[in-house]
Write a protein that binds this ligand. Sequence first.
Ligand SMILES: [Zn+2]
Length: 82
Amino acid sequence: MLLSELPKGKVAKIHFVAHPHEDKQIQLSALGFDPGETVKLMMKAPFGNPLQIKVGATLIAIHTDDAKYIHLCDEQCEGHDE
Ligand SMILES: [Zn+2]
């Protein structure tokens, strides 16, 4: 599942981040979007507005266009290289 597809209120773990733009990739990592980190969708505004995501203990707003490059763990996930 992608972060952009996460249902509201559901908690998931980040599997990996693969943004095609390197500056965005670095920015997302700086915000705390890293493998193994817990994310929760707090609020999803209509019409392309930012998603309110809780990353660890921090609330961050990101655009759906960026959230679709953040891949979440599934049942088959066996962990990550940190
Ligand atoms: Zn994983």
